[in-house]
Design a protein around this ligand. Structure first.
Ligand SMILES: Nc1nc2c(ncn2[C@@H]2O[C@H](COP(=O)(O)OP(=O)(O)OP(=O)(O)O)[C@@H](O)[C@H]2O)c(=O)[nH]1
Ligand SMILES: [Mg+2]
Length: 359
């Protein structure tokens, strides 16, 4: 699936930058275009992989290139005032292969948090392609202003976007580490998951039941909030040699089935991008990625049935993503339209308290 990535604000720009790096490193043709938008000149300069010409400074009249200082209403105002500049930057870079837009933003800040929904609304008016969001939720230690911004932005994003993926920084920072120190690792974790999700339809190799862009789009149709689980395992050297010399050992096929089913189980039960009760999901999509010989069809079918039993909705899709050179078998499970999310209730509460204090 070919994505037009828009990194909005500091978090958005950094994650978009890692996306571009990932696409270059893996040779996957998933990021057809990437732009970074910010009100802070210094943050734009700090990016490494998005070409200089694709970094757009907005709101200079209001912010003088210094950011909006976590004022998410000002972030929205800047976006509204400069919307034609932003739109034309996207128009001139648009190519017909694009399957969807992905707007990435830290919802706890100002520029991306306020601007992302404004941009989404505009893109929905101008383009036929779906507009997805990837929203980063703040860590608790960042304080109540961030929570308030996130709660506000979240409602607006849900109204304007075709689907909103969420990633919770709070669930992902490691003990003893400040959230800032954790960013580099966290951003890699994020992009790894989306690389499989969007990369699936772009493989040039033959698989048994390859997932294509339409399946991703259909899973996301209907909107709401999405979360992604992931698990990965290195293929044993020994097994690798056996495969190389084409020797078949008894029990090998069974092992491959079990590997897929247990990886999917781990992906579902492990840490999600947004921890929540996945049984509330409306739809799900599972993808197994790795060398074609390792992707057991039976394992995938079995896992699909298990997810069907698990979620409230009835639509479960699944398939493989053949990667000949891979040394790992990895699985992701996308849950779309989840509704029981403790973290969102918590953010809502903080936002309500704070706005009642203000009045
Ligand atoms: N995962 C992740 N989160 C980040 C990163 N950078 C910032 N954040 C989070 O994003 C939120 C702050 O949003 P920013 O993107 O810095 O804000 P901004 O859009 O640049 O807006 P202003 O700085 O207010 O103009 C905080 O909750 C941070 O924890 C990053 O590289 N990765
Ligand atoms: Mg900033």
């Amino acid at each position: 699936m070919k994505i037009f990535v828009i990194g909005y604000g500091q978090a958005g720009g950094r994650i978009a930058d890692v996306f571009v790096e990932y696409a270059q490193k893996t040779g996957m043709n998933i990021v057809v275009r990437a732009v970074a938008i910010n009100t802070a000149q210094a943050d734009l300069m700090g990016l490494k992989n998005i070409p200089m010409g694709d970094r757009l400074l907005i709101g200079e009249a209001l912010t003088k290139g210094h950011g909006v200082g976590k004022d998410n209403e000002l972030g929205a105002k800047v976006a509204t005032e400069d919307i034609f500049t932003i739109q034309s930057a996207i128009d001139t870079r648009w190519i017909y292969q694009v399957d969807a837009f992905l707007i990435i933003a830290g919802l706890g800040g100002g520029t991306g948090s306020g601007g992302a929904p404004v941009l989404a609304r505009r893109l929905q008016k101008v383009y036929e392609e779906p507009v997805y969001g990837l929203g980063i939720l703040p860590a608790k230690e960042e304080g109540s202003l961030y929570s308030l911004n996130a709660a506000r932005s979240l409602m607006n994003c849900l109204n304007e976007m075709d689907n909103l993926f969420l990633f919770d920084n709070d669930a992902w920072k490691k003990g003893g580490e400040s959230i800032k120190e954790a960013f580099a690792d966290i951003n890699e974790e994020i992009v790894r998951r989306f690389g499989i999700l969007f990369g699936a339809g772009e493989s040039n190799e033959v698989g048994q039941m390859v997932v294509d862009a339409a399946e991703v789009i259909n899973t996301l149709k209907g909107g709401g909030i999405s979360t992604i689980g992931y698990a990965s395992e290195e293929i044993e050297r020994e097994g690798f040699m056996k495969r190389l010399f084409g020797k078949k050992v008894p029990g090998e096929d069974l092992d491959k089935v079990t590997r897929i089913t247990s990886l999917v189980r781990r992906a579902v039960a492990g840490r999600l991008t947004l921890p929540c009760d996945v049984s509330t999901a409306e739809k799900a999509l599972m993808i197994a990625a790795g060398p074609p010989g390792e992707l057991s069809r039976k394992g995938i079918e079995k896992s699909k049935v298990r997810i069907e039993e698990l979620i409230r909705g009835k639509e479960v899709r699944g398939g493989d993503f053949p990667l000949v050179k891979g040394q790992h078998v990895s699985t992701i499970v996308l849950f779309s339209g989840v509704s029981d999310v403790p973290r969102l209730k918590e953010l809502q509460k903080i936002a309500e308290c704070r706005s009642s204090e203000e009045h």
